[in-house]
Design a protein. Structure first.
Lengths: 222, 222
DNA sequence: ACCTGAACACCGTTCAAGT
DNA sequence: ACCTGAACACCGTTCAAGT
C-alpha cells in the first residue's frame, strides 16, 4: 500500500511540532514523528540528514510565528512588541523554547521579526554597530528570562531548602544570614510583571546610554 | 573482589564532572561514570535516585567554584566580580553550562556567591524586594549570554545564509533589505567585550533607576 | 532514484537475586 | 542492609536490500 500522501520537510516539521507541543521534548523521536505520519523512522532521513536538522526546522516554524511590527510605531514600541511576542510564543511552545538558542533564525519567515526590529532601530538613527549590539543584548535577555521562567528557577526560593531538609535553620542563619533574611523575596510570583520590568529597564538604558545623540555612550567611548 | 574504595555522592559527582568536562554532555551516562569508578551503573543508584539528581550534584560542584567577593568592595564591584566569575566558570565547564538553568544553587558552598551578592547589595541600601529583583535580572543576563556564546548564536550572521545557499542574494535584498544592509555587524567577534558592555549597561541602569535614593524607580511606582 | 525494514550500538531504569 | 548483573523498553543511525 502506497503512502496516503507525499511527505515534505514542512509536513514532517509540523508533525514534529505537534508531538513536542503535546508530549514534550523527550517524546520527540524520529520513530514517534514518523509514526504520526504513518511511515517508518528512516523515511524522515530522506528529508533531514539527522535529528538536529529536524529540530532546526521545528525552531524555524516557531520563529515564523513571531510578530513583525511596522517601523512606524517607533523603535521602542517595535522592540517592546517583538520581545513580548518572543515570550508569548515561547510560552505557547514551552518544550521548544530550550531549542531556541541552538538554532538562529534562518528562513525568510523566521527572519521577518529581525528585519522589523532592525528597520525600526536603524530608522531611529542608531548606527549599524549599535543596532547589532541592541539585538544581541535583547536576545540575551529573551533567552535568559525563558531559562529562568521555564525551569521555575526562582519559584522555589533557596530558603525553602531549609524545609526540604537540605539544611537546618541554624545552619542557614549562621552561614547564609543575608540569604536567610531575604527569605521569600527571592521567589518570583509574577513572571509577566518581572519580564516587563526588566525589559523596560533595558529599553530605558539603551535609550539613555546608546542613543544617537548621546556622546560617549557605551558603544563609543567605553 | 571488593571495590578498591567506598563510593560517595561527592566522588561520583566529581567523576561525572570529569567525564562531562573531557567528553561532553552526551558522554555523561550512568554507565560511563560508573566505569570511571570501576563499578557498574546500578551502583550509582545507591547514592542518586536518578540521573537528574546526579546532574544536579554536578551543577552544585561547579557553582561552588564561583567567587564570593567581600561586601567591602561595594555592591557594584561585588556584582561585577560575581558576574564575570559566573561567565569564567561556565566557560571552564562549557558542557555543564546548559545544565545551570535547570538546577539552582542549593548547597552551602553553591550558595556562597548568592550570600555575597545579597550582602553587598543590601549593605548599599537596596531593600529586599529590589535586591531580589536585581538578582533575577542578572541571572537572566548570565544565562542568556551563555546561551548565545556557547551556541555561537551570532558567530554565523544571517547574511551568511546567502553564501550557504539558503537564500539567493536578490531574495535577501528584496525581502530583508535592512538585514542585508546590517551585514556582518550582527556577527559578534569579541564575546568578552560584549559581555562586559552589556553588564555595565545593566549595572548603570540599576544604579540610575533602582537606587535607594531615587523616587519612582522601576520597582516602586512602575 | 527514492524508500525502508532489520540490525547495531547504545541509553535510563526495573527487577530479581546476590552478599 | 546494601549492592549489582541481567533484562526491558527504548534511542539515533547504518546498512543492505527493496521498488
Amino acid at each position: 500500500m502506497p503512502p496516503r500522501r507525499q511527505l515534505s520537510e514542512r509536513m514532517i516539521a509540523e508533525a514534529a511540532l505537534r508531538v513536542v507541543d503535546s508530549e514534550g521534548l523527550d517524546a520527540l523521536t524520529m520513530r514517534r514523528v514518523a509514526g504520526e505520519l504513518g511511515t517508518g523512522a528512516m523515511s524522515l532521513y530522506n528529508y533531514f540528514p539527522d535529528k538536529d536538522a529536524l529540530l532546526d526546522a521545528v525552531v524555524q516554524l516557531v520563529l515564523a510565528e513571531l510578530e513583525a511590527p511596522p517601523a512606524e510605531l517607533g523603535w521602542k514600541e517595535v522592540v517592546r512588541r517583538i520581545m513580548h511576542s518572543v515570550r508569548r510564543t515561547a510560552l505557547r511552545h514551552p518544550h521548544v523554547a530550550p531549542l531556541l538558542p541552538r538554532f538562529p533564525p534562518r528562513t525568510l519567515d523566521a527572519l521577518a521579526f529581525v528585519e522589523a526590529g532592525f528597520r525600526a532601530t536603524r530608522a531611529a538613527g542608531f548606527d549599524a554597530v549599535t543596532t547589532a549590539s541592541i539585538y544581541r543584548v535583547l536576545a540575551s535577555y529573551s533567552f535568559g528570562t525563558l531559562d529562568i521562567e521555564l525551569n521555575s528557577y526562582f519559584d522555589a526560593p533557596p530558603v525553602a531548602a531549609q524545609a526540604a531538609d537540605l539544611m537546618s535553620a541554624p545552619t542557614l542563619a549562621k552561614h547564609l544570614p543575608t540569604l536567610a533574611e531575604m527569605g521569600p523575596h527571592v521567589q518570583n510570583s509574577d513572571h509577566d510583571e518581572e519580564f516587563s520590568r526588566g525589559l523596560e529597564l533595558l529599553l530605558a538604558a539603551v535609550d539613555q546610554l546608546m542613543s544617537p545623540g548621546r556622546v560617549g555612550g557605551l558603544t563609543g567611548g567605553g
